[in-house]
Design a protein around this ligand. Structure first.
Ligand SMILES: [Fe+2]
Ligand SMILES: [Fe+2]
Length: 310
């Protein structure tokens, strides 16, 4: 099987809270696509990021119990620290079977898949509605995992999201740290094409950078990307040209980077054998994020896209 090349977008994030140069690779929506495993492993081997963040939908709901993913995670964890959170597909995939519907809310507590992942050395699993992983004394990863209903039936309801934010314990994150939050869908953070304010989403007072996926880049060819970056042709919930499909948003020194994802057409997308062909046309994507200390006079926080890979 030929290894598929991954299209990498580079970013530089500067902040006085960052104490040493650190490289974070963000990958979303692998969808248990074994054709991509080798490509991602090769990318990690070549670039040697300090952290690899898997931002959800690593499994696919039409897939298996994640056995192949576990073997792949073990390989990755030999190369870098893997920070993994969950997407809507994990919740469905691991909640199936007898009484599946009833088990779903409890899936993250007791499923064998998560127990195994938790046991992998060098792998940090962020599976609770709100989870924290303190990577270094200055760098913290956290995750906000909305329940399956929020995605499927709630249509990413803003009020429900705001309630989940309000439920985050007050001292869970330290303002003096550089805080990266993984949130599979950017839905709760973006509104009307903009990142919401700290007043609207209070955790943004502490979170410096949100990493998301879920939108599969809006499934538009790369040539149309410039046009589609902030708005879709058909919105707000159409697959082609949906808003907030990929890119970077900034507001008041807070950032959100939305990955276009690795697998555009998953096994569960219903396009069958066409999926593999389509996935070759819509390139798999990863976000290569450099965290850089800003210690100069008037040290400030800022972020920018530095390169678009081929
Ligand atoms: Fe996905
Ligand atoms: Fe998703």
């Amino acid at each position: 099987m030929r290894t598929m090349k991954i299209h990498v977008t580079g970013y530089e994030m500067k902040s006085p809270e960052i104490l040493e140069p650190t490289r974070v690779m963000a990958i979303s929506d692998v969808h248990e696509n074994s054709r991509m495993f080798a490509g991602i492993t090769a990318l990690v081997r070549d670039t040697r990021p300090d952290y690899l963040c898997l931002v959800g939908d690593t499994l696919d709901h039409s897939g298996s119990d994640g056995a192949s993913v576990i073997e792949w995670l073990k390989d990755l964890a030999k190369l870098t620290k893997v920070v993994i959170t969950i997407g809507n597909h994990e919740m469905v995939a691991l909640g199936r079977g007898f009484f599946g519907m009833f088990r779903r809310p409890q899936v993250r507590e007791n499923h064998e898949f998560y127990k195994t992942v938790e046991g992998i050395k060098n792998c940090a699993l962020l599976k609770e509605q709100f989870s924290v992983y303190e990577a270094t004394p200055w760098l913290t990863f956290s995750a906000l995992n909305m329940p399956e209903n929020w995605y499927q039936r709630g249509l990413e309801d803003q009020k429900e999201f705001d309630a989940a934010v309000a439920a985050i314990p007050k001292n869970a994150l330290q303002k003096k740290n550089y805080n990266i939050m993984l949130s599979h869908s950017p839905g709760g953070f973006l509104m009307g094409g903009r990142l919401r304010t700290k007043e609207a989403v209070p955790i943004l007072d502490k979170v410096d950078l949100v990493l998301s996926g879920h939108h599969h880049a809006g499934l538009v060819p790369l040539a149309l990307r410039k046009l589609m970056a902030k708005r879709g042709f058909f919105g707000p919930r159409y697959l082609v040209g949906q808003p907030h499909a990929y890119g970077m948003w900034e507001r008041d020194g807070r950032y959100l980077i939305l990955s276009g994802g690795v697998t555009k057409f998953a096994e569960s997308s219903g396009v069958g054998g066409l999926g593999h062909w389509l996935n070759k046309r819509f390139k798999p994507e990863a976000e290569d994020i450099w965290l850089l200390p800003d210690v100069g006079k008037g040290a400030n926080r800022n972020g920018k896209r530095v390169k678009q890979g081929k």
